[in-house]
Write a protein that binds this ligand. Structure first.
Ligand code: S3P
Length: 427
């Protein structure tokens, strides 16, 4: 599908965000191994989280949709059943990496794969720690999906991932759930902590001492009534659009404000954005609140080190802000972007160039001078949801009508994105 975006004068209004993608995956997987029925409201409508629900169902867990909520009839840690066919993770790295931690510990074998993009994404990062726990996993060419997982009795380990990755941390903790003893992950660069929070909510014992996060294996997990906060990474597109377009004001309610994700708000504020946070409350261990963003003059800045890990999903749309900002944007330490749904460094550089914006590309990032204008262009999504949405924002701030090619990629995390854009754009 192609989606045309004309320049907008401003963006204004109240908008609803889909449920947080990261939290939705974790709630669905943990509800599946809890003992009883969990009810999850505001579960992400994105295709990735539907892939997780499909996989949980294929593992013998009954999943029902009721009045917009998802009911998951968990069967306990021993309740998963061998699926009849290969599990389909679709486009979702989170689904395959996090669920593999549980699958490796089952008394059955199964396969899990996904689409062409997922089939190019590296899996050694989970295969290595799982092998150390005693797992038996075969991958295509030793590292790509589909994975053939022959379930085994696993033993606890202490593991220090070589890259900052919440998916790897979660995979090891979820495998540790099924072992006798204490499994630990040493995290030198902090990543999102939704697994730790969710595991505790479901009744697991998770402790943190400095950089070491530990889980006590074989807990009894209790079913929960949960509401997923709005997705801050989806809010990022609108935070940038409202900042860049004069006369804008947007209000977003019930947005997830986990301190492990709000580096985005700190960075944007330091870069000159005008963002106000109100109505902060705690929902099942997760902070949520209302964001009000108004247009402002953006300064730009630098993203490097631990900040890169904390902003990893938002970097494509921050590149748009950077190009229009006063000082520009330098991104370093972001080699992980090359192994996301697409190579996001190459995709951002290609589309900015199509819009006439100068970018200098490095192996682990890019540099964009400030004060640049966006020319009208056709902008491929490269099948990547965040590239599609980031460049729809660039199109709003451009000099003429742009076309987003393969625009449907947005539905991986935000199926309602283009409708939302239509509602808030003022021409
Ligand atoms: C996620 C972790 C991040 C992020 C992804 C979601 C998660 O990936 O990019 O969109 O939910 O744990 P990594 O674990 O590869 O850093």
């Amino acid at each position: 599908m192609q989606f045309s975006v004309s320049p907008a004068r401003s963006v204004r209004g109240h908008l609803r965000l889909p449920g947080d993608k990261s939290i939705s995956h974790r709630y669905a997987m943990l509800a599946g191994v809890a003992e009883g029925t969990s009810r999850i409201e505001n579960y992400s409508s994105g295709a990735d989280c539907q892939s997780t629900l499909g996989a949980v169902e294929a593992l013998g867990i009954t999943v029902e949709r009721q009045d917009g909520a998802v009911l998951i009839h968990g069967q306990g840690l021993n309740g998963l059943r061998q699926p009849a066919a290969m599990l389909d993770a679709g486009n979702s790295g989170s689904t395959i990496r996090m669920l593999s931690g549980m699958l490796a510990a089952q008394p059955f074998s199964c396969s899990i794969g996904g689409d062409a993009s997922l089939s190019r994404r590296p899996m050694e990062r989970i295969m290595k720690p799982l092998a150390a726990m005693g797992a038996d996993i075969e991958a295509t060419s030793g590292r790509f999906p589909p994975l053939l997982i022959r379930g085994n009795k696993l033993k606890p380990i202490q593991y220090e991932p070589p890259m900052a990755s919440a998916q790897v941390k979660t995979c090891v903790l979820f495998a540790g759930l099924h072992t006798e003893g204490i499994t630990s992950v040493v995290e030198t660069i902090q990543t999102r902590d939704h697994s730790e929070v969710a595991l505790r909510e479901f009744g697991a014992e998770v402790n943190q001492s400095g950089a070491v996060i530990s889980i006590q294996g074989r807990p009894k997990l209790h079913p929960r009534q949960l509401r997923v906060p709005g997705d801050l990474s989806s809010a990022a597109f609108f935070l940038v659009a409202a900042t860049l377009l004069p006369g804008s004001e947007l209000t977003m309610e019930g947005v997830g404000l986990s301190p492990s994700r709000t580096a985005l708000l700190d960075w944007l504020s330091a870069a000159g954005a005008n963002i106000r946070i109100t109505k902060v409350e705690l929902l099942a261990g997760e902070l949520t609140g209302t964001l009000v963003v108004k247009s402002a003059s953006a300064e730009g800045g630098v993203i490097e080190g631990a900040t890169t890990a904390a902003l990893i999903d938002e970097i494509p749309v921050l590149a748009i802000l950077g190009a229009a900002s006063r000082k520009g944007l330098l991104v370093r330490d972001a080699g992980e972007l090359r192994v996301k749904e697409t190579d996001r460094i190459a995709a951002v550089a290609e589309n900015l160039s199509r819009m006439g914006v100068q970018v200098e590309v490095m192996q682990d990032g890019f540099s964009i001078a400030g004060g640049q204008r966006f020319r009208a262009a056709t902008l491929p999504s490269f099948g990547d949801h965040r590239i599609a949405m980031a460049f729809a924002v660039a199109a709003l701030a451009s000099e003429g009508e742009c076309v987003i090619d393969q625009a449907e990629a947005a539905s991986v995390s935000f199926p309602e994105f283009y409708d939302t854009l239509r509602q808030i754009r003022q021409s």
